[in-house]
Design a protein around this ligand. Structure first.
Ligand SMILES: Nc1ncnc2c1ncn2[C@@H]1O[C@H](COP(=O)(O)OP(=O)(O)OP(=O)(O)O)[C@@H](O)[C@H]1O
Length: 259
């Protein structure tokens, strides 16, 4: 099956205009206290950025602001140079942000094909849909192999691939992944992170939220540690993994050995 060419890795993420920029975002729910208190984060082209932090730090809330599910009370959301602050989820999807929520979101009684093609519901040109279906099945061969199967018959890790494939049918600039490894065993978790990197290598940037901080940082290019509603520390993921203080506080133990 045809696949679209892989884009080059950004050699210096700091030197290129980010695809997604959240600046000084404040956000919360109803009358409750703010969850995000001046949070800033950027996602460069062809990079995986991983948000880690304690339970309730606001990681999923960042993704909800980025995808328009939650309107920020202050701050700015910019996609590929365009200010999209306050736009609806549909407008943000059109601007290039695709959100894969926590948990399972496939329709189990529908086939894998039907689930994937739902991702292209805004596209009306059949040849474009076919070309994109070729692209996602090239990227996730299992999705092509199980194309006619009921999605509910797939394992949890396989269903995640269907969700990833569906999210790419809009050809997003950035995919927002909320805890993709949740509920998966270690083997399936490893595969999920391989697929995250494959999406990046095929030209889609990724903003990832994970409880499984160590595994996620191992797959990421950049890590951001959230605390008290802000990005507390940010840097190359291997640097964060090697930092003994972070390892103790957020990664559950000793730092990774650096060769
Ligand atoms: N829909 C909601 N309504 C009210 N409060 C919410 C809602 N969603 C999240 N919160 C609260 O906002 C805070 C941040 O939640 P969020 O889910 O963003 O954290 P998180 O870092 O992703 O944590 P976890 O890893 O536990 O999911 C928490 O105190 C949570 O209870």
């Amino acid at each position: 099956m045809a696949s679209e060419p892989a884009s080059a890795q950004a050699s210096d993420p700091a030197a290129v205009e980010p695809l997604l920029r959240l600046t000084d975002v404040q956000a919360g729910y109803g009358r409750a206290a703010l969850v995000l208190r001046g949070l800033s984060v950027t996602v460069a082209p062809s990079s995986v950025v991983c948000l880690v932090g304690p339970n309730g730090a606001g990681k999923s809330t960042v993704l909800k602001v980025a995808s328009g599910l939650l309107t920020p009370r202050a701050g700015q959301v910019v996609v590929d140079g365009v200010d999209v602050t306050g736009r609806t989820p549909q407008q943000l999807l059109a601007a290039g942000l695709s959100h894969v929520p926590q948990g399972h979101s496939v329709f189990p009684e529908m086939t894998v094909a039907e689930n994937v093609l739902l991702g292209a519901y805004t596209v009306h040109d059949r040849s474009v849909i076919a070309e994109r279906a070729d692209f996602v099945t090239g990227l996730f061969p299992l999705v092509g192999e199980r194309w006619s199967a009921l999605a509910g018959a797939l394992s949890g890790g396989q269903q995640k691939q269907v969700e990833f494939a569906r999210s790419l049918m809009v050809r997003p600039k950035v995919v927002l992944l909320d805890e993709p490894s949740m509920g998966l065993d270690p083997k399936a978790t490893g595969k999920v992170f391989e697929q995250v990197q494959r999406m990046r290598d095929a030209g889609t940037a990724v903003l990832l939220v994970e409880q499984n901080a160590r595994r996620a940082l191992e797959a990421a290019d950049v890590g951001c540690v959230l605390d008290l509603g802000k990005v507390h520390i940010t840097g190359p993921a291997p640097t964060l993994l090697a930092d003994p203080r972070l390892a103790q506080l957020y990664l559950g133990g000793r730092p990774k050995e650096v060769p």
